[in-house]
Design a protein around this ligand. Structure first.
Ligand code: F6P
Length: 363
């Protein structure tokens, strides 16, 4: 009799809507269609470093399709190739990849399914090169992964962000104010671009287009002169002025990517108020964009990605991530994914469309 295949699922990086939908899809299909055993690794790579895992049965993933977060837990810090260890007041980074790989090998897996963004899939690529059979699934609200048109979580984040922009419109209109909505996205402007267009932002600022604050102030003044006594500014957390720099909220020393962005909305608000004399307020949407139930689009995408990943495991297509290309799902080598983030191209048709309806990008 053929040996039962055994797979493990790991979720790494920031949580986002749709992760549980992917865990459900992978687990259900692996059990129902291929009779595989499924293991859930706890807290991302922390779980393989410290041997924290449990068996996932069909019932464990039943009823989680609509649930936000990840039932497995995650970590934005644990990296077997650069593991932070506290020595007194100091932090030391150790390469614990060899014992980690031994731990994974002891699990006798046919495949480790890594659900994550650039950080998680970068580590997955290294593990693959070190002999672990891996299939990756693209997860991030930021939508900044190479090799895929879209990541799950993005649509939900855009939906929540748009709802936020819609809601500040009333205050902006009633009080004749400038309302600034700061959105996540790391160093990419995808969320701000999409939510900014969907929410009718008058000014959209993204990291890919450096802004000039005088141009922003003039746009606000011009709207005022035309009787539009309010303005909505949608700003990506990673946006920066010409010749200036990003606004850093905190440094997470343990992390391989330590910079946490945030606060540009307040900086801009003060500048716009000073330059135009119009009262301005800033709202930071922050982690609201990562929480709660996935949109129907993300539930469908998560189910497609998760079930396709199981077929790739069955066909032993390791070292690949499931990517979305148009209406199809394709295998994209983890090597390509690991080449760096996918930012908004300056010739993206959405930028052109927004400009053509009068949206200002601060340039
Ligand atoms: O990558 C997802 C993301 O939410 C980014 O948009 C944001 O810059 C970052 O994570 C926030 O990280 P943390 O949850 O550590 O504050």
């Amino acid at each position: 009799m053929e040996k039962k295949k055994r797979i493990a699922i790991l979720t790494g990086g920031g949580d986002c809507p749709g992760i549980n939908a992917v865990i459900r899809a992978v687990t259900k299909k692996a059990i129902l269609e291929y009779g595989m055993d499924v293991i859930g690794i706890q807290d991302g790579y922390y779980g393989v470093i410290h041997n924290r895992y449990r068996k996932l049965e069909y019932d464990d993933v039943s009823g989680i399709l609509t649930l936000g977060g990840t039932i497995l837990g995650t970590s934005k810090i644990a990296n077997p190739y650069r593991y932070a260890v506290k020595k007194g007041d100091k932090l030391e980074f150790q390469d614990v990849s060899k014992p980690t790989i031994d731990n994974i090998k002891k699990l006798d897996l046919n495949c480790l399914v890594c659900i994550g963004g650039d950080g998680t899939l970068n580590i997955a690529h290294r593990l693959f090169k070190d002999g672990i059979p891996i299939v990756g699934i693209p997860k991030t609200i930021d939508n900044d992964l190479r090799g895929t048109d879209i990541t799950f979580g993005f649509d939900s984040a855009v939906y929540i962000a748009t709802e936020g922009i819609d809601r500040v419109h009333t205050t902006a209109q009633s009080h004749h104010r400038v309302m600034i909505v700061e959105l996540m996205g790391h160093n990419a402007g995808w969320i701000a671009l999409h939510a900014g267009i969907a929410g009718g932002g008058d000014i959209i600022l993204i990291p890919e287009i450096q802004y000039d604050k005088e141009i922003i102030a003039e746009k606000v003044r011009e709207r005022n002169r035309k009787g539009r006594r309010f303005s909505i500014v949608v700003v990506a957390e990673g946006a920066k002025p010409k010749g200036g720099d990003i606004v850093i909220q905190r440094i997470v020393k343990e992390s391989s990517d330590p910079i946490r962005l945030g606060g540009i909305g307040f900086v801009l608000g003060a500048q716009i108020e000073k330059m135009t004399g119009i009262e301005s307020r800033a709202v930071v949407m922050g982690h609201l964009q990562r929480g709660g139930s996935p949109t129907p689009f993300d539930r469908v995408l998560a189910t497609r990605l998760g079930t396709k990943a199981v077929d790739m495991i069955e066909n032993e297509e390791f070292g690949y991530m499931v990517g979305v290309k148009g209406v199809s799902l394709v295998g994209v080598s983890l090597e390509d994914v690991a080449k760096g983030p996918r930012t908004v191209p300056l010739d993206d048709p959405l930028i052109e469309a927004a400009r053509s309806v009068g949206t200002c990008f601060g340039d």
